[in-house]
Design a protein. Structure first.
Length: 322
């Protein structure tokens, strides 16, 4: 993003004397807004259900012109609404982790005050109309030429970096999220493709990832007396070939007269029982009990390849925005 702004600044400032100062000022603005922008975005992307709510609330404010996101509402106001939606409005009595940071709130409030004053003086509240006026070289309203130059500079500064907000609705468009609609009778119209069971399984794994593991063994969670069945004469919890789901009881361990049922941490198939006595053997913490094949196997991901994939996807989302 900084590279993009440097190119824009270079077009405007042909003089080397002013170019260096302008680039430095632009970098400073982007650094100043780094956490202001990225903290709420990270919180939205960490919680798919929260993110979907945000997308629904802001659907009416977004239009697409190819890959370009056109905001019907000022992105500064969208950002302010986002902090409120996340219940992160500034409060001095809250821990910093639970609200917008003080220095970020100061920037946000200055931006909001600037646009409210500008709307009042120009008599315009529609954001796209306001932007069209700001782009005019001729001073608008009762502004002098010097004041108008300051207005344009302030607008550029406050909007710098706001393009990243457009990546969110682009994600929704690419995922066809907006195909899900609420009907007039408040029923939800779900596209037929979302009823595909294979796709549902894939989506479930993304929304609620299974506890994938490299482990091919289940070990004793603690030391004590091991029992493979609930009572003498009853079937064993686990035998070779048994398929177990996450949360299924797989054995009991007695510690100080307390009988504790131990659940499987992940879904797997038992390939081999590694303990001979299933009815009262003493085991140590970490001792292998069962050889298993997990249902979900971890695929080794090359960190460099993952980083390249993330960078490519980010660049794709920002294409047309900056």
């Amino acid at each position: 993003m900084k590279t993009h702004y440097k190119k824009q600044v270079a077009v405007v400032h042909s003089s080397a004397d002013t170019l260096a100062a302008a680039v430095k000022a632009t970098d400073s603005v982007l650094e100043r807004k780094h956490t202001l922008l990225l903290r709420p975005l990270e919180l939205l992307l960490d919680e798919p259900h929260v993110f979907s709510g945000w997308l629904s609330l802001n659907k009416a404010h977004v239009k697409f012109d190819g890959d370009t996101v056109v905001w019907a509402k000022n992105p500064i106001d969208i950002l302010d609404d986002t902090y409120h939606y996340l219940n992160m409005d500034f409060r001095a009595d809250l821990p910093a982790a639970e609200c917008i940071w003080k220095h970020d709130n100061e920037v946000l409030q200055l931006a909001l005050a600037f646009y409210r004053d500008l709307e009042k003086r120009l008599g315009i509240t529609d954001y796209q109309q306001l932007v069209a006026l700001i782009d005019q070289d001729t001073p608008q309203g009762d502004f002098s030429a010097d004041e108008w130059a300051q207005v344009q500079a302030a607008h550029l500064g406050y909007q710098a970096g706001m393009e990243v907000m457009g990546a969110l609705p682009k994600m929704a468009r690419d995922a066809l999220f907006y195909d899900i609609k609420v009907n007039e009778d408040l029923t939800v119209s779900i596209p037929q493709r979302l009823h595909d069971e294979t796709l549902q399984g894939q989506m479930t794994k993304v929304l609620v990832p299974p506890p994938a593991t490299k482990a091919d063994e289940l070990v004793a969670v603690c030391g004590g007396m091991f029992y493979g069945r609930e009572a003498p004469g009853l079937p064993l919890y686990v035998e070779e070939g048994t398929h177990i789901n996450a949360g299924d009881t797989i054995y009991i361990v007695e510690v100080m007269k307390m009988f504790n049922k131990i659940q499987a941490p992940f879904a797997c198939t038992v390939d081999k029982v590694l303990i001979d006595n299933m009815d009262g053997a003493i085991v140590k913490q970490g001792q292998p009990l069962f050889k298993v094949t997990p249902d979900e196997k971890v695929e080794e991901v090359n960190p460099a390849e993952e980083a390249r994939h993330r960078a490519a996807r980010t660049e794709e989302l920002l294409r047309g925005l900056i």
